[in-house]
Design a protein around this ligand. Structure first.
Ligand SMILES: Cc1cc2nc3c(=O)[nH]c(=O)nc-3n(C[C@H](O)[C@H](O)[C@H](O)COP(=O)(O)OP(=O)(O)OC[C@H]3O[C@@H](n4cnc5c(N)ncnc54)[C@H](O)[C@@H]3O)c2cc1C
Length: 547
């Protein structure tokens, strides 16, 4: 992938997408598959913001049934199946254990049972998957005794049993977003990270005719013209919109809520289930077995500042730890047990709920013609799970605005780039056999996180022995670093260790590893000694826990 902005002259696009999270990536892919000329602009790295802050679940959203959001749950369950199909190496059925307690009432086993029956009914097509290994069974209920045998850290007081059901897990949401972007590029889309939209080009009668951008890697500005611009700015969507309105002061009007996660090396789970627990206040949180660690989250707290200033605070971590200690395990989880933390902001579309936790997770697509801005569409809210569908619906508005027939969507019918795998188990077993000179964990990691592109990493590692060096317990190797820079548009050390590889996503991997990775990237990106030191210190700062 090439950063098109470096060579951009005066090419005109049908669709300009602002934002390289999962919404922007999906819209760019959907538009490109319909034969449109697409440009995607991202001010930071692809999938660095909300799309990197998820609980890694691709799910129907059982709890939305409590709010009566049947259509949202059905759409999410359908999209869960679509993602299992089109991204088989990234999205897997995953068993969940929802514990039942005498109180609060929301956790009552009969109430949950009704919810489970509805959830099963709404996912009636869950097993119409392309790959037979993606089968999802219906729910079942287990006794308190069985819960304690299976997950001994579940709090026994007041426990009445648990429901076992399946949702899906996305092993690396940042790379899944990248797979959507690569798929868009395969259809001719032009994309560029570190490219900030700073204003709009206005034609006659307040027509939006493109955007003014700054390439943040060389500080040069330029204009990109387009027929339709789609604002997929996530928590920044209102600020982006503000650039087009006459005030243009970048002020924010969107409601946002913060959600954080912590990762601990403490073994709180058997590893066979994600456990859903509930705080005394009635809010669910999940304990997810992830890469031999426990990932715990999320929270839901109103955030009123500028999204550019957002970061996880120690206060938010302590609140989550208090919630965990009041309802799970021995109550002895402490700040010292936290290895890594991450957080993000949800843009909320609903005005009339006072609580951010009960606010709807549905998405909205606005034609800003209503605000007097013809040519601009703004997408807000939503879930990672439903982003492909959001894009499909967005293209209906694009088609009507362009007065063009754009045909039917094909994005639910074909594999994403790098994901062309019909039988995942056979694929993983074959690549192990064919590459027995590499470790088992390396081949498993590459097969799942790079899909069919694993072969390019192996080719690099075979050309230069130093690139087969293993960097962590997952079996990641140095060749991935080179691949990230040459083929996946990584431009900083953080891009490499946080979003192309998993080297930094369990916390700081240590000075030795960061330096090795930085030195390898330096050769590709012509970094001098000062730049190497800056990249290392920026990444260490990013990975430091808040104090
Ligand atoms: C804590 C938490 C947990 C979640 N867990 C789940 C889950 O388990 N499953 C699920 O389905 N959903 C989950 N979600 C929801 C999901 O993460 C979001 O719906 C999704 O990531 C939104 O993607 P997005 O592309 O709209 O936003 P983002 O990923 O935030 O992308 C917006 C992008 O726009 C860019 N941008 C902004 N302004 C400009 C500009 N001026 N120029 C260029 N680019 C710009 C930003 O840099 C950013 O990259 C969770 C959300 C949170 C906060």
């Amino acid at each position: 992938m090439q950063r098109f902005i470096e060579n951009h002259t005066n090419e005109h696009f049908d669709v300009i997408v602002i934002g390289g999270g999962i919404s922007g990536a999906s819209v760019a892919y959907e538009a490109a598959t319909r034969g449109l000329k697409v440009a995607l602009l991202e001010k930071n790295d692809f999938s660095w913001a909300t799309s990197a802050a998820t609980s890694k679940m691709i799910h129907g959203g059982l709890r939305y049934l409590v709010n009566g959001e049947i259509m949202l749950v059905r759409e999410s369950l359908r999209e869960r199946r679509v993602l299992e199909n089109i991204a088989p190496n990234f999205v897997y059925p995953w068993p969940m254990m929802m514990t039942h307690y005498k109180t609060p009432f929301k956790n009552n086993k009969w109430l949950v049972k009704i919810g489970m029956l509805v959830y099963d009914a709404l996912s009636y097509d869950k097993n119409f998957t392309w790959d037979a290994c993606k089968k999802i069974p219906s729910h079942r209920t287990i006794s308190k005794k069985k819960v304690m045998q299976t997950e001994p850290h579940v709090r026994p007081e007041g426990l009445t049993g648990a429901s076992i059901f399946c949702d899906c897990i996305s092993i690396f949401p940042e790379r899944l977003t990248l797979a959507f972007i690569k798929s868009a590029v395969a259809y001719g889309a032009k994309v560029s990270n570190y490219t900030r939209v700073e204003g709009f080009l206005m034609g006659s009668e307040n027509n939006v005719t493109g955007v003014k951008v700054r390439d943040l890697l060389n500080n040069k500005t330029c204009e990109v013209s387009g027929t339709i611009t789609v604002n997929c700015g996530g928590p920044w969507a209102d600020i982006v919109l503000g650039l087009a309105k006459s005030k243009g002061d970048g002020s924010s009007t969107l409601r946002r809520s913060e959600g954080i996660h912590i990762i601990t090396a403490k073994h709180l789970l058997s590893g066979n289930y994600t456990v859903a627990s509930m705080t005394p206040a009635g809010r669910h949180f999940f304990l997810i077995p992830w890469r031999n660690h426990t990932l715990i989250g999320t929270t839901d707290k109103p955030f009123t500042g500028n999204p550019d200033d957002y970061h996880v605070t120690k206060e938010s971590i302590m609140e989550l730890i208090d919630d965990i200690n009041s309802s799970f395990s021995d109550g002895k989880l402490s700040y010292a047990d936290v290895k890594h933390t991450y957080g993000g902001l949800r843009p909320l579309v609903e005005e009339d709920t006072s609580e951010t936790y009960t606010s709807s997770r549905r998405y909205e697509i606005y034609d800003n013609q209503k605000d007097g801005l013809n040519g601009l569409i703004t997408v807000e809210g939503g879930k990672y799970t439903t982003s492909r569908k959001l894009a499909e619906n967005c293209l209906k508005i694009v088609a009507s605005k362009m007065e063009k027939s754009l045909g039917q969507s094909v994005t639910d019918k074909q594999f994403l780039t790098g994901c062309e795998i019909k039988n995942l188990n056979a694929f993983l077993s074959d690549i192990q056999k064919e590459n027995s000179d590499f470790g088992k964990s390396t081949m498993d990691y590459l097969g799942r996180n790079y899909g069919t592109e694993y072969a390019e990493i192996i080719k690099l590692a075979r050309t230069d022995k130093a690139l087969s060096e293993t960097l962590n317990d997952d079996g990641e190797i140095m060749a991935e670093v080179i691949f990230a820079v040459r083929e996946e548009m990584a431009r900083t050390l953080a891009d490499i260790v946080m979003r192309r590889t998993g080297i930094g996503t369990l916390g700081n991997p240590g000075e030795n590893i960061l330096r090795k990775v930085a030195n390898a990237a330096a050769k590709e990106l012509n970094w001098d000694e000062n730049k190497i030191e800056k990249e290392i210190s920026d990444t260490v700062k990013l990975l430091k826990l808040p104090v």
